[in-house]
Design a binder for this molecule. Structure first.
Ligand SMILES: Cc1cc2nc3c(=O)[nH]c(=O)nc-3n(C[C@H](O)[C@H](O)[C@H](O)COP(=O)(O)OP(=O)(O)OC[C@H]3O[C@@H](n4cnc5c(N)ncnc54)[C@H](O)[C@@H]3O)c2cc1C
Length: 463
């Protein structure tokens, strides 16, 4: 009998894990507590962009309605080199890329010959520009790609169960034996020889609960918090022509903190992500529909040390504060108002040259929501960036807060993503604190699947 594997979460981590395991003939069940793709798409229709759990939960995971910027680099979106060699990471990335290509992704964006010049300009401004291999799928095309991958999984016999929430694990001594799920109002146990947990950020708190319940040691990762910056396309087009999602790293002078740009969307839209108890912002772009603005995240990295190491709780507290001050919506402030230490109002925002692509916000004061140190880092970061991207720190520039990237709890794991305390239990993707992007989440899922195949004495066939 083929080994039974339950994979929790149908985002890139769970999908790519199931894909490799299903192709090798294992008995795979893939669960997701959210809806199937078609229901997710139908619900998107009337909802405000990014609203509701549907946006980050369900078939395809949280990246399904993103614009699918694939960063084909082992050190972006997490660091694969913590787990595998560079050569191996490159091979796994190629596999992910080839699966995406097989389901409709374009070939890679050609690297620009102007990248070196941009790196030189950035260095002179005291900033690091990180050139990377990248491709862009577009949020309008990504759902089709997920549908293709789902059909392939079903073709290899993977059972897919949506609206099925994993609640608990079944352990026998130090080995995993199954998953307790809730579906259709009832509880059920699914037996398993291996369990791959890939619950994404939406499930990171659940992973923490499991770690506490079963005495699995864990540590907290850093927290990235900041704002989504929105400027006219003209301000950014010199750099986005070199790289669609340019990565700039800044070390601030005052606090020696790490500030970075992340997820740039030329002609894109700012969206609201609903975490249930608070909201955060994000951005996406579409391949065939564009706005007049470019948005990107500007994030400050925070590490907490003992006795208060819980970056998840700290990040959530900050988001609750922003939620209160924003009346349940993201806060929007003009750079000019922030510099003057006053809140933005709709009247002041109307004087801006930039019209917000997300008007479902509360004009306010980011200084009332984010810690002083974070605000200082953001202003310094933007001022330094303006030396490379003139105009990015103009009074008209729009700042939405909070944008938060939890890289939360990481269980004590082997380099093959298996928990050291519970045999057969693997944790991958963003929720497990080992990735922060589509490709890296997928690669961590592959690493776990490959280990399961090795244990079963089966060949691992990467494309
Ligand atoms: C708006 C937006 C834009 C983004 N843009 C990009 C981009 O351009 N490029 C990029 O690389 N990354 C992007 N990302 C990030 C990317 O989507 C994530 O890094 C990636 O999806 C993480 O994959 P994952 O498999 O770890 O988790 P997820 O994709 O979050 O999937 C986890 C799944 O697990 C399910 N789940 C959680 N708990 C349970 C449970 N207990 N039982 C059953 N199911 C459960 C959830 O419903 C969810 O569907 C974006 C994210 C968002 C939200």
């Amino acid at each position: 009998m083929a080994a039974r594997v339950v994979v929790v979460g149908a985002g890139p981590g769970g999908l790519f894990s199931s894909h490799l395991l299903g192709r090798a003939g294992l008995d795979v069940t893939l669960l997701d507590m959210g809806d199937d793709l078609e229901e997710r798409l139908a619900k998107l229709g009337d909802a405000r962009p990014g609203a509701g759990p549907n946006y980050v939960q369900g078939m395809g995971g949280s990246g399904t309605f993103s614009d699918g910027k694939l960063n084909l680099n082992p050190e972006i979106g997490g660091n694969m080199l913590e787990f595998v060699s560079r050569g191996d990471a490159d091979r796994l990335i190629e596999h992910v890329d080839s699966v995406f290509i097989a389901h409709g992704a374009d070939r890679e964006d050609a690297p620009s010959p102007r990248a070196r010049e941009l790196a030189r300009r950035a260095m002179r401004a005291g900033i690091k520009y990180v050139p990377i291999r990248q491709k862009h799928i577009g949020s309008d095309r990504l759902p089709k790609l997920v549908a293709g991958l789902r059909a392939e999984l079903q073709g290899c016999g993977v059972r897919i169960r949506v609206r099925t929430k994993a609640e608990d694990l079944v352990l026998d001594a130090d080995a995993v034996r199954g998953v307790v799920v809730e579906a259709d109002g009832g509880r059920q146990t699914l037996d398993a020889d291996y369990v791959v947990l890939a619950p994404g950020r939406a499930g990171s708190r659940w992973l923490l609960d499991l770690a506490c319940r079963y005495g699995i040691p864990y540590g907290y990762g850093p927290l990235d918090i900041g704002v989504r910056v929105e400027v006219p396309n003209e301000v950014m087009e010199d750099v986005t022509a070199v790289n669609r999602d340019p990565k700039f790293h800044v070390r601030t002078r005052k606090y020696d903190d790490f500030v970075r740009t992340f997820c740039t969307n030329p002609g894109g839209y700012v969206i609201t992500e609903d975490y249930g108890r608070f909201v955060s912002v994000n951005g996406h772009g579409m391949k065939d529909r564009t706005s007049d603005n470019t948005n990107f995240a500007l994030l400050v990295r925070l590490h907490l040390t003992e006795p208060v190491e819980n970056t998840t709780l700290y990040g959530e507290s900050l988001c609750h504060l922003a939620h209160t001050i924003g009346g349940g919506k993201p806060i929007l402030q003009r750079m000019g108002d922030l510099a003057k230490g006053r809140r933005s109002t709709w009247e002041r925002l109307e004087k801006s040259y930039v019209a917000p692509t997300n008007p479902d916000v509360t004009p306010g004061d980011i200084g009332m929501a984010l810690p002083y140190r974070v605000v200082e880092d953001l202003v310094e970061g933007l001022t330094l960036l303006a030396k490379v991207i003139p105009g990015v720190d103009e009074p008209s520039t729009l700042l939405y807060a909070p944008e938060i990237k939890f890289k939360s709890v990481r269980m004590d794991m082997t380099p093959t993503m298996e928990t050291r305390q519970v045999a057969g239990l693997f944790a991958v993707g963003d929720g497990a604190g080992v990735s922060g992007g589509i490709v890296t989440a997928a690669v961590t899922g592959l690493i776990a699947a490959r280990e399961i195949l090795r244990r079963e004495g089966l060949a691992c066939e990467l494309s």
